[in-house]
Design a protein around this ligand. Structure first.
Ligand SMILES: Nc1ncnc2c1ncn2[C@@H]1O[C@H](COP(=O)(O)OP(=O)(O)OP(=O)(O)O)[C@@H](O)[C@H]1O
Ligand SMILES: [Mg+2]
Length: 237
């Protein structure tokens, strides 16, 4: 059983009366417990791909199976339920809720699941990312790196089977970055969480078991499997 299976995934955005295809038939399969990174130039479609895999957005064609659940045939609400059950997501731009404190942001996934002891669990997670004393602060009162760590604590809160992290160290200094990365890999080891990272940091990518490179919305190499279909010709970045 795979934890994530992506089949011929394409995504076309329509904006300003024009179509822009940003993913061209992406395929891969991840086994439970894998660590996986997606690397590629800015604008190559990494965030788009992650959003489709996590069920945050819908593909134009192709399918995503998350824990053997086919996402593209589900309604918005059904996809939200699958996400809350199985997925943690660390956004490139954090996406903390501005009207909630750090602690309340981390509590959201727990409260959505109706778990008791949400506050205590959220506090423990904030402690773990080094922000135990900052729970009462609102996102605007936190630095970029601190917001990133709150976002990490929130993503861990529902003990997801699959954790997606979009540039999780993009805003962190070397020391904090090491702490965050260690936490990500610890969770992978302790809880068997499958980790899917998008990163520009090739050293970080090298720590994952498998690296997929995309360029112009197509997979150009995958250390886990040979790329069978030739990548479409893309313009240089
Ligand atoms: N909602 C949207 N509407 C139109 N175009 C979009 C939309 N979202 C993304 N795009 C375009 O899709 C392409 C891929 O964007 P994406 O955010 O996936 O890139 P990325 O690889 O994550 O880049 P970065 O490394 O800069 O974060 C870009 O050209 C972007 O402008
Ligand atoms: Mg991105």
């Amino acid at each position: 059983m795979s934890i994530l299976h992506v089949e011929n995934l394409t995504k076309t955005y329509r904006s300003g009366g024009r179509d822009l295809t940003v993913l061209h038939g992406v395929n891969f399969t991840l086994e439970p417990g894998d660590t996986f990174s997606i690397v590629g130039p800015s604008g190559s479609g990494k965030t788009t791909l992650l959003g489709l895999c996590a069920g945050l957005d819908r593909a134009s064609s192709g399918s995503v199976y998350l824990n053997d659940i086919r996402l593209d045939t589900l309604s918005e609400d059904q996809r939200a339920a699958v996400r809350n059950e199985h997925v943690g997501f660390i956004f490139q731009n954090f996406q903390l809720l501005p009207t909630l404190t750090a602690l309340e942001n981390v509590m959201v996934p727990l409260e959505l699941r109706g778990e008791r002891g949400a506050q205590k669990a959220a506090q423990a997670l904030l402690d773990r990312v080094g922000l135990g004393q900052r729970g009462h602060h609102y996102p605007t009162q936190l630095s970029g790196g601190e917001q990133q760590r709150v976002s990490l604590a929130r993503a861990f809160a529902n003990r997801p089977k699959l954790l997606f992290a979009d540039e999780p160290t993009g805003n962190l200094d070397a020391d904090t970055s090491d702490t965050v990365v260690d936490l990500l890999f610890e969770l992978n080891r302790e809880a068997g969480t499958t980790l899917v990272l998008v990163t520009h940091d090739l050293e970080l990518a090298a720590r994952t078991q498998r690296v997929i490179r995309i360029r112009g919305g197509a997979v150009v190499s995958d250390s886990g499997q040979p790329v069978s279909t030739p990548a479409p010709t893309v313009l240089p970045d």
